[in-house]
Design a protein around this ligand. Structure first.
Ligand SMILES: Cc1ncc(COP(=O)(O)O)c(C=O)c1O
Length: 425
């Protein structure tokens, strides 16, 4: 079936809220390239929104999944466990920098990991509230939707949110929120609404993902750690987007040296197989009763096999080193664009988690979401998949595979440069 025929099916049978606006259908993919159902090649700078740090169909991951398919596809691990689940738990316990000895529960998606982290925090503390941040994004289930620090499009149509989620500002000096103000906001939230004696956890992305690719300063993360300890709250770090090499370290929190009580992860953990994890200090993770966590598919054998192979590939192929080099390269190129183009501003990166903003002018820094949208549309016409994000919709973010070949990277960056030239007239 070609794109047009598949589009007709989509319009007739897929729920409007779930239907992709993209009219190209992926047919085949390899590393940083995808071919659509009409055979058109696209360069992929989105990586399925940060899932493909190792590229489409990394050979070692594909091999591990195929081998697992010939053994066991499903038992439901609560009915009968299997090696992959416990081996992956051991691996994650060894590499995830939570306080003390880490224990693990596996789930299917980022949102499901966050839901479980909140459940575990409630069980461990006997308290109910959570504090999240402006611009944060944690998922589309009912509770994670409430945790998101942005209404549209996630929560617009879905009525009242659970009342135990409170919000503090995220420090983004470029958009007028200093670190001091953010800290003051958090302290005020604890005074005005979220009584510390009822508050189980503070949940933060060390780099805002959907919210615009802004890293939290180390000093801010350290302060959160201190405040959590002072009030008997847990610090939960959401690394669903920033994890598994996306910032040049295995996890973004490692740039700060802060050890959280729990971490959530998904996306690039298994190179595209659906799996997520909550990793936390053993005492915290063991605080809920037997059979209180899990689900039919959580930590499926094939997804565990993929995750183990993906983590091994990350270690064996110097993905962290390659990511740092990629981040530097991107920053250099974006800085040139910032000098060259009047609407490119605020170039930044933490490793290859890199971004810039489209603005009306670099004097006012006024966000220009329309221009960002026009850039994304133009590059798509020229064969490049690129994403925008941010509270103001004007951040251009980069989530290409870290394994991208130099020539493909250059070709993609060339498409952006040419499009910026055209947009600047
Ligand atoms: C930081 C963060 N947390 C949670 C999620 C939700 O993950 P999922 O879409 O797998 O439910 C996302 C997804 O983009 C994310 O970026």
């Amino acid at each position: 079936m070609n794109n047009e025929q598949l589009q007709a099916l989509k319009e007739k049978y897929v729920a409007a809220g779930a239907a992709s606006p993209n009219q190209q259908f992926a047919d085949y993919a390899r590393n940083a390239e995808v071919w659509d159902a009409d055979g058109r090649r696209m360069i992929d700078f989105a990586g399925g929104i940060g899932v493909l740090n190792l590229g489409h169909r990394h050979p070692k991951v594909v091999e591990a999944v195929k081998a697992q398919l010939d053994k066991v596809m499903h038992t439901c691990q609560t009915v009968m466990p299997y090696a992959g689940y416990v081996q992956l738990a051991e691996k994650l316990s060894n590499i995830v920098p939570v306080r003390g000895h880490g224990k693990v529960m596996l789930a299917n998606s980022g949102a499901e990991a966050l839901e479980n982290a909140v459940k575990i925090a409630r069980a461990a503390t006997g308290k109910s509230n959570v504090i999240c941040f402006d611009g944060g994004y944690h998922g589309r289930t009912l509770y994670t939707m409430a945790m998101n620090g942005k209404v549209a499009p996630y929560a617009t149509d879905f009525g009242p949110m659970p009342g135990t989620v409170f919000r503090a500002p995220y420090p983004v000096p470029y958009h007028g929120v200093s670190e001091d103000e953010a800290l003051r906001g958090l302290k005020m939230a604890l005074k005005t609404d979220a009584n510390p004696k009822d508050t189980a956890a503070v949940i933060i992305e060390p780099v805002l993902g959907e919210g615009g690719f802004y890293p939290a300063p180390t000093s801010f993360l350290k302060k959160i750690r201190e405040i959590c300890d002072e009030h008997g709250m847990l610090m939960i770090v959401d690394e669903v987007q920033s994890g598994f090499g996306r910032t040049g370290k295995l996890f973004a929190i490692q740039h700060s040296g802060v050890e959280p009580d729990m971490m959530t992860m998904a996306k690039s953990m298994a190179d595209g197989m659906p799996i997520s994890a909550v990793v936390g200090t053993d005492k915290v993770m063991d605080s809920s009763g037997p059979n209180s966590l899990g689900g039919t598919y959580t930590g499926s054998p094939t997804a565990c096999a993929a995750a183990l192979a993906a983590i091994q590939a990350l270690e064996e192929e110097d993905i962290l080193g390659k990511g740092q080099a990629l981040g530097e390269k991107l920053n250099k190129r974006f800085s040139q664009w910032q000098e060259q183009f009047a609407h490119v501003d605020n170039v930044r990166n933490l490793g290859p988690m890199a971004a810039f903003e489209m603005v009306k002018s670099t004097e006012s820094h006024e966000p220009d979401a329309e221009m960002a949208g026009a850039l994304v549309k133009k590059v798509k016409e020229k064969g490049l998949i690129l994403l925008s994000c941010g509270m103001y919709g004007n951040t251009i973010r980069f989530l290409m595979p870290i394994t991208i070949e130099d020539e493909v990277l250059e070709e993609g960056l060339g498409i952006i440069e040419e499009s910026l030239k055209e947009l600047h007239g």
